[in-house]
Design a protein around this ligand. Structure first.
Ligand code: TRP
Ligand code: SF4
Length: 327
């Protein structure tokens, strides 16, 4: 039996290397062996972008194009839009009845986001309920595996707790309790060593050209002790060196560390080598993107087909849920 896999992504702008390494690499791998549902979490985007819904609308097709450029194949995985499957909203409502407020209020991602996005008013019912909506997405499809970035683990923990609570309250194993699925390099930091995020302006985008990537890498902050080329540095506190560990082979990582400590190499040499290895990852994505655009494939048609398949599964499941609740 093929395992059911489900994952989603918010359409909040162009995708970056963090999405690729943290999530999309896993998706591409999983579509080969499992029954995958990957969706555009537009309602989740609405929890923070409710004042600028244009961004959501404008991002959807571009994002799915980035997925496909990263190797996600609509012939292997079901690609759909959350808001095109209204049963997610009904399940969210039913789960909201049994979710203790304290579970949501103590969620670390909730508290962190309130702080980080302090320029937005996120004191809303919908934003607090973000993990409940995510729980609905996952439990709806009897997903046993959920590929996510490390930042989403607190949400997945809540999903399991809410799923168990529902099964317990209504005395039936209605929901499959899912496991997370992470990769080694789930966490790639941004150019400024904060979390990589388009809203922080510290991201390498999958749609960046080679020149744009270099223009971002060249000014990266390094060990501030290396004022002059002859000053030795400490690679352990340098973000460029961390990137080497992700993109370069062992020999080059060692070359960067030793050259840094002895002032044998300059920071520009070091960045150039890292950039070339980063490009090895980005070039095939760029090429695939180009080929898809030129082929004239309609992303809208792909999403319409995928949404129809998702609706078929969700309609059956929500019926089962209604019966369990007895209403
Ligand atoms: N919260 C996820 C993110 O920001 C997106 C998401 C919504 C999701 N629903 C999901 C991921 C269900 C996995 C499963 O990345
Ligand atoms: Fe960073 Fe490399 Fe410069 Fe050392 S040589 S400070 S690792 S960029």
């Amino acid at each position: 039996m093929r395992k059911r896999v489900l994952s989603g992504m918010r359409p909040s702008g162009q995708l970056h290397l963090g999405h690729y390494l943290g999530v999309l690499v896993n998706w591409a791998k999983m579509q080969e062996e499992h029954d995958c549902f990957f969706f555009v979490a537009d309602w989740h985007a609405l929890t923070t972008e409710y004042e600028r819904t244009q961004v959501i609308r404008d991002s959807i097709d571009e994002m799915v194009l980035d997925w496909m450029a990263s190797g996600i194949d609509p012939n292997k995985a079901n690609l759909f839009i959350q808001s095109h499957v209204p049963a997610h909203a009904e399940l969210h409502l039913l789960l909201s009845m049994i979710t203790p407020l304290a579970w949501l209020e103590r969620c670390t991602t909730y508290k962190e986001q309130l702080r980080e996005l302090s320029q937005r008013d996120l004191q809303t019912y919908g934003f607090l309920g973000y993990p409940v909506l995510m729980t609905a997405d996952i439990l709806m499809y009897d997903a046993s595996l959920v590929p996510v970035g490390i930042d989403q683990l607190p949400h997945l923990e809540l999903t399991r707790e809410i799923g168990r609570r529902f099964n317990f309250l209504y005395q039936k194993e209605t929901f499959v309790i899912p496991d997370q699925y992470l990769t080694k390099t789930s966490k790639v930091m941004g150019l400024d060593n904060r979390k990589m995020s388009k809203s922080y302006g510290n991201a390498i985008l999958l749609s960046d050209t080679a020149q744009e990537v270099w223009d971002k890498v060249r000014p990266m902050v390094t060990d501030p002790a290396r004022v002059r080329r002859t000053d030795p540095g400490n690679p352990d506190i340098c973000n460029v060196h961390d990137y080497h560990k992700i993109f370069s082979d062992e020999k080059t990582v060692a070359w960067s560390a030793a050259g840094c400590r002895s002032a044998g190499i300059g920071c520009i040499d070091c960045k150039k080598a890292m950039y070339e290895n980063m490009e090895r990852v980005l070039v095939p994505i760029r090429k695939r993107r180009q080929a898809i655009v030129e082929s004239g494939i309609s992303v809208k048609d792909i999403l319409a087909e995928g949404s129809a398949r998702a609706n078929a599964v969700a309609t059956r499941k929500i019926q089962e849920v209604r019966e369990a609740v007895g209403i």
